[in-house]
Write a protein that binds this ligand. Structure first.
Ligand code: APR
Ligand code: PHB
Length: 396
């Protein structure tokens, strides 16, 4: 049985866990990151890829933004498409010059892993956390993280603080759940997401509401498109052929006067469920939850990774004070502050989701969506609000 001692034990090497380790290392705080998947798996996992202004700034400010600035695509606007018409929302103009960077989540993960390894950080892949112990410990015994490697070796990490960054299905949320209030809502649809070797149809993201369902055109590079279709909940990826996916995208995105979507081989496909989940509070004694372990937002609006990064930006500051100066002030405020921001992101994601996904058998709901879109594209005030939320909701 391996016995290891560190200051902060981090469960999960997604954006939250890796960014936290990175920020702590820069402040001279020791941590160990435990990740049940392989390095290759987390580096290849395709997820959302829109970085808010402040997220991109944090990567820059902490020395991991170089490749993002070189390869990421800077965006200054988005398109809202509905009723067969296109409407541009000039995000940068409306949001005091701020912009977005489209850069895949797995690229951020790769950059953080490379920086961590270069700095000598202890990141252990293929290592599953099986339990948390003594998270409520007062004096005497310190908290511990129990793990097992893929080779079957068991161990325990003794630490001062546990950061639960292990996503929606990890042990951290489960360890808290006896005392947590979990608020959850499922939306009556899902997204079929594909990555295609095809140039993006336009330079900006297209959010499209059609009576046939929602569609989203995003991208990863000038050669790679990332596309989504609203599908019924419980849909299986195998039930769609490539031709059906392209056909449905073209039908939903059709506009008066014609428009065509460049097609190419589909290299990856997955179903994303649409949920809102909030775990309150985000702290249980020595256990601090961050990212998807604490909250899941529906993907419309691309807030998941930005929220995760914002959580650990605050958490790192709090833990530096706590661990190196025995000052609990920021740690005591962490949950309230992070939940307030996460609820704001839920509300924005809900706004976007409920405006853009038509519901079968709800003619009034569908007309209300059209009225809301009509109001939005006719009102600079509403667009200004949307732009501020889209470009930088989690930064303040
Ligand atoms: N032991 C070790 N690792 C675990 C365990 C466990 N028991 N359970 C889960 N994990 C790991 C997962 O394998 C995953 O790599 O925790 C990690 C959690 O990472 P994410 O799910 O990416 O969550 P988070 O870091 O909070 O990122 C949040 O980023 O990629 C976006 O859309 C994504 O909204 C999400 C956001
Ligand atoms: C993506 O590029 O994957 C993406 C973009 C915008 C969203 C969700 C996902 O709202």
């Amino acid at each position: 049985m391996q016995e290891i001692r560190t200051q902060v034990g981090i469960v999960g090497a997604g954006p939250a866990g890796l960014m936290l380790a990175h920020l702590l290392t820069r402040e001279g705080i020791e941590s160990v990151v435990l990740e049940r998947r392989s390095r290759d798996y987390v580096e290849q996992r395709v997820r959302a890829g829109v970085l808010e202004h402040s997220t991109a700034e944090l990567l820059d400010a902490t020395g991991v933004g170089e490749r993002m600035r070189r390869e990421g695509l800077v965006h200054h606007g988005i398109e809202m498409r509905f009723g067969g018409e296109r409407h541009r929302i000039a995000l940068t103009e409306l949001a005091d010059g701020r912009s977005l960077v489209v850069y895949g989540q797995q690229e951020v993960v790769k950059d953080l892993i490379a920086a961590g390894i270069a700095a000598g950080s202890d990141i252990r892949f293929d290592t599953e956390v099986t339990g948390l112990e003594n998270i409520d410990a007062s004096c005497g015994s310190s908290p511990a993280i129990v793990f097992r490697t893929s080779e079957g070796e068991e161990g325990r990490i003794w630490c001062e603080v546990v950061a639960g960054c292990d996503g929606a299905h990890g042990v951290s949320r489960a360890s808290a759940s006896g005392r947590a209030r979990v608020l959850a809502r499922e939306y009556p649809f899902a997204w079929l997401g594909v990555l295609a070797h095809a140039p993006p149809s336009s330079e900006e993201l297209i959010y499209c509401r059609s009576d046939r369902g929602f569609a989203l055109c995003s991208m990863r590079s000038p050669e790679l498109s990332r596309l989504y279709l609203q599908v019924p909940p419980g849909e299986r990826v195998e039930s769609w052929t490539d031709a059906e996916i392209w056909g449905e995208l073209a039908a939903r995105l059709a506009i008066e006067g014609g428009w065509s979507l460049p097609e190419g081989p589909i290299i990856e496909r997955a179903i994303t469920t649409m949920r809102s989940v909030m775990v309150e509070p985000m702290r249980y004694g020595s256990l601090f939850l961050a990212g998807d372990a604490a909250h899941v937002v529906p993907p419309t609006g691309a807030k998941g990774m930005n929220l995760a990064v914002a959580d650990v930006r605050d958490l790192a500051r709090a833990l530096v004070e706590k661990v190196s100066k025995a000052d609990d002030g920021l740690a005591d405020e962490y949950s309230t502050r992070a939940l307030r921001r996460a609820w704001r992101a839920q509300e924005f994601s809900y706004f976007m989701t409920s405006m853009l996904h038509p519901l079968p058998d709800d003619p009034v709901g569908n007309r209300l969506q059209m009225a809301r879109l009509d109001h939005l594209v006719g009102s600079e005030d509403l667009q200004r609000w949307l732009a501020a939320c889209y470009v930088d909701l989690t930064g303040r």
